[in-house]
Design a protein around this ligand. Sequence first.
Ligand code: PLP
Length: 476
Amino acid sequence: MPKKSVAKKAQKKLKEMSQKLVSKKEQKALKKKAKDHLWMHAKSWEDMSKPDGIQIFTEADGTQITDIEGNSYFDIMAGLWLVNSGHGRQEIMDAVYEQMKQLSYVSGWSFATLPAIELATKLAEITPGSLNKIFFVNSGSDATDAATRMAKQYQFLAGFEKRYKIIGRRNSYHGSFSGAHSLTGSGFFARKYFEPMMPGIRHVPHPYCYRCQYELEYPSCDMLCAKAVEQEILFEDPETVAAVIGETIAGAPGVIPPPPEYWPMVRAICDKYGVLLIMDEVICGFGRTGKMFACEHFDVVPDIMAVAKGLSSGYLPIAATIAKEEVHDKFKGGWPETFQHGTTWGAHPVCCAAALANVNIIEREDLPKKAAKMGKYLMNALKQLESHPTVGDVRGKGLLAAIELVKDKKTKEGFGPDDKFNDVLNQNFADLGLLTRVRNYIAICPPLIVTKKEIDELVQTLDKAFTKTEKKLRIK
Ligand code: PLP
């Protein structure tokens, strides 16, 4: 069986490569292969083509991740805001292996599996209120897409056939699929190549106090950003609006915790006009902000919740769109009432097994509580960096934190590519052993198992990197 032996050989080689450092020559060859064939998701060709443009990672444990050259880094973004339970959890690997041996696939369209049932039951138990109906999908973009389709079909089935509009927020991120990108109110992925975007989507201002769109200050602003949701619904005509969507605490646009009254106000507005509230917990969910779900900080239960990332801590791709019983009630019927949505990988049994093992760890080790405690410690430590001329704002909740970078603290002007600040800071982070990415902010959202000692070291290293960068660029 030549095919099998080729696969076995490749597997053996991968194992060997991750166990020992490969030679410089092999590294070079691998980088060439990567450049020739691997199309990375958000890396420019120019960046890929730089001498150190392709970094190959081979192993990770706890909060540390190691590249093929043997360099270890503190994974301060927990991958991409998701390795909540930490790298190298044997329990999750064992669950995956056992499930694969037992049953690697049956279609989740029409059949159930043991891990899918157990995971759905567990999610119903840990999510607030009557969020008891779990529709498994594969990624965060999938989950927000499915949430809006669910909201639209719900409204139709409830007799409101004209309610198709979705109100999102500016400066938001809900993913990169056509629907999710349309909901997204920030320009990380350019819109110009894809316009016209999905019709029927409107965007209102974000509760981003550091850069308030109304140029007001909290609390004298009178929460105009929340009131804007009502104004938009009225302007569009409530009879045409299906749902409002927002990240409970936006992550990718810069970690933006809203004021405490924001979500209760938006919840009340949605209820007043029969509009569903979708909360995107793709980053916030599974303990990241110091509660199992960030909506619990606000005492608000959405009608539909989107979760992904921390659901499996990145061990395998899985996400879910979770609906309240009352929403699901409208879908109780024959095929015409059935939710018109589905994917081949939805409720994949192996991914469900990985997620179940991961959620069990998060619960057993009470990682939400740990994130709350360590988050406070982290925030106090990060506040010490505010004396740097380039640190504009330090904010966050739990272990979801960020430092917003500015060229001028008074005007809050950010750095542009010509300033080279981000590139130099990024390089200094890498040289000092921190794996992250620098945008107009840096995110600090390590695995939830992070220790005080690691936080102390992390903040000292951030301090060093800022000092080095400011010195090199003569910023005072
Ligand atoms: N929603 C939020 C809040 C996110 O931060 C992201 C990704 O970062 C997404 C949705 C999209 O998730 P995915 O990249 O898994 O499609």
